[in-house]
Design a protein around this ligand. Structure first.
Ligand SMILES: [Zn+2]
Length: 249
C-alpha cells in the first residue's frame, strides 16, 4: 500500500472517495482556498487515512486583505487537524496565459512560509521552472527546511540546490511518458522522493481517458525502480517511509 503525497481529494465526488481510499495507506489531501480547506477538514474527520494540508493554490486570482486574514485565521484555528501548509506557491502557468505582477504572489507565499514556521509544519509547494529558485530564496531566508516541491520540473542547477537543502519532490504518473520527469528521477536522490497523483488532474499515455486514481502510483514506482536499478519492493518501501517521515504520519 502506497501513500499519495499530493491529491485534491475535495475535487472528487463523495461517492468516489471510499474506493480511492481503499487503494492507499494514507494520502495528503491539499487545499485550494478556504472552502476547499473546510471540505478537506471534513474528509479528514470522516476518514482517518486522509491527512489534511491547508493553503491557497497560486494559480488563481489573489484574495483581498479581509479574505486572506479569514483564511490565515482559519488555518491557525485548525492547526491540530493538519499535517502541512499547502498547496501554496507561485503562479507559473497563469503567467503563461496573461501578464501578471508576480510580486504580490511572492509576498503571499512568504506569509505562508512564515505561517508554516509558526505552526511547525512542513510546506507543500507548487513552484516549477524559474519559480523554484525564487522559492528556494524565500525558504532559505526563513530557514524553513521541511519543503515538498510537488510535481517539480526545473533545470539541473535548481535541482542541485534543492538536493543540498534536503527538499523533497514527488513523482507523478507522467513519469511513464515524459522524458523530463525520467531525467528528474535519474538525478534526484531516492531518499528525497515521494509519489503523488495530483488527482483528479488527468494524465496521458497509458492513462489517457482514465480517471486519475492512486493505483497509477504503482506504475510510477516501476519507472523509478527501473531508473534507479532497485527492486519495485525496495522503491515502494523507501518512498512510503520517506512520506511517513516527512509528514510525520
Ligand atoms: Zn496540486
Amino acid at each position: 500500500m502506497l501513500i499519495d503525497a499530493h491529491i485534491h481529494l475535495d475535487q472528487y465526488k463523495d461517492v468516489e472517495i471510499p474506493s480511492l481510499l481503499a487503494e492507499v495507506e494514507a494520502l495528503i489531501a491539499v487545499s485550494m482556498q478556504l472552502s476547499s480547506c473546510q471540505k478537506t477538514l471534513h474528509l479528514a474527520k470522516v476518514y482517518p487515512k486522509v491527512k489534511a494540508a491547508f493553503g491557497f493554490h497560486p494559480e488563481q486570482p489573489l484574495l483581498d486583505e479581509i479574505e486572506e486574514k479569514a483564511l490565515f485565521d482559519w488555518i491557525r484555528a485548525h492547526r491540530d487537524n493538519m499535517v502541512a501548509v499547502g498547496e501554496v506557491g507561485l503562479p507559473y502557468y497563469l503567467r503563461q496565459e496573461q501578464a501578471l505582477d508576480v510580486r504580490p504572489y511572492e509576498a503571499l507565499l512568504e506569509r505562508f512560509i512564515v505561517l508554516a514556521k509558526e505552526l511547525g509544519k512542513p510546506i507543500v509547494l507548487h513552484a516549477v521552472y524559474e519559480d523554484a529558485s525564487i522559492v528556494c530564496d524565500l525558504l532559505e531566508k526563513h530557514q524553513l527546511c521541511q519543503a515538498h516541491f510537488h510535481w517539480f520540473k526545473g533545470d539541473e542547477a535548481v535541482m542541485k540546490r534543492m538536493i543540498r537543502r534536503g527538499y523533497f519532490i514527488s513523482i507523478t504518473p507522467d513519469a511513464l511518458y515524459e522524458e523530463e520527469i525520467q531525467q528528474l528521477i535519474q538525478i534526484y536522490p531516492i531518499d528525497l522522493m515521494m509519489v503523488e497523483t495530483d488527482g483528479p488532474w488527468s494524465f496521458e499515455g497509458p492513462f489517457t481517458n482514465k480517471p486519475t486514481s492512486p493505483w497509477m502510483m504503482h506504475s510510477t514506482i516501476e519507472v523509478i525502480a527501473a531508473i534507479k536499478g532497485l527492486s519495485i519492493q525496495q522503491v515502494a518501501k523507501i518512498i512510503t517511509q520517506n512520506t511517513k517521515n516527512f509528514y510525520r504520519l
